[in-house]
Design a protein around this ligand. Sequence first.
Ligand SMILES: [Zn+2]
Ligand SMILES: [Zn+2]
Length: 368
Amino acid sequence: MKLKIFFFKFQMEVLIEKILLDENVERLNYLLENSNFETLFENLNFLSLLLDMCNKIKVKKNFLEIIFNHFIKIQNLQNYLDIEILLCSVAIFKISSIKYVYNFFPWDTYTLLEKYLISKIRGDISLIYSISQKITSEKLTLGGLTSLLQISKNEIDKNFINSLIKEKQEYEQQEYPDWVDVLENEKNLKIESLDENYFNIEPIDEDINELENHVKNMCVFNKEIENLTDIIKISLSSFSNSNKNSNIDPDRIFGPRNAIIENECISGIKGGCRMLSCTCKENEEEWFYNSCDACLKKIRDPSHALRFPLNGGGWIGCYCSLICLVKQPPLNFEDDDENSLEFTELRLDNMQSTIETKKIYDRFKKKK
Ligand SMILES: [Zn+2]
Ligand SMILES: [Zn+2]
């Protein structure tokens, strides 16, 4: 029986080689449709041999398509990408042959790994990655790796992607932020040696109702303003309340304010719920862990980080850029209120305009 298959295989090889050399599309189609290829294609060695042949003869794209379409049918696959995963995941295929396939049906490593992780194609993720990297020089980004990590189901895949992330973090850093600088009057500033009460601020505990009536009276047309109470609260919480006796601005040193009205951080040097100091809404006392919550890029210094202003006041998370902050807001940010998205935008606007107009004091440059 084995001998029979061997001869059949041998005959097939000779026959296919001739068909490929003759560039005879009809005959190749006919042969694949009418011969017992299931047995041959069950063994990937045969596909490997066919591809070597195609590469040697330099067949045209349509021949590869015919072979692949047939293979997809027999192996119950979805598309060419599945075949490419197989090519990269089994060490029997020659790199030169895989390259030949790649010329006609290019892929990128991200798409290949993504498809591997969500489908049930056999393979070993580290092998797929390393072979794909030999074929295409395109590199995975930290953002890409993070999304791959999220769709990984088993420990082996997760561990492998984590190792790539670690490797990448070694050298991938946040771009130097354009919202930080050091002003002339801050050149000799030593935050550590400032008096504990230096930035003492007034807590925000205004009578909102009184303010609301005041604003209403000011409105010339006496029109109802939708969500007036919330808008007043939001404007109040970003009220800087700077120390008038100082030329050092707390908005620059500890970032914009997003007060938790009537329950704000204690007063003092880091007083008020400010972007770079408030931990009211964090689970830990610490909020800065050296990397961006969204893309995992390294952040050099807390003063280079941006954080998410919560609707009830306070800050959460740690981001390298506004893009990352908006793209991947913290999982636990409040979205219980149907207007919260609109209010979040208002708070983000306040934060952005404070940072844009005042900028943040660059503690990193100062250290150097
Ligand atoms: Zn706070
Ligand atoms: Zn980021």
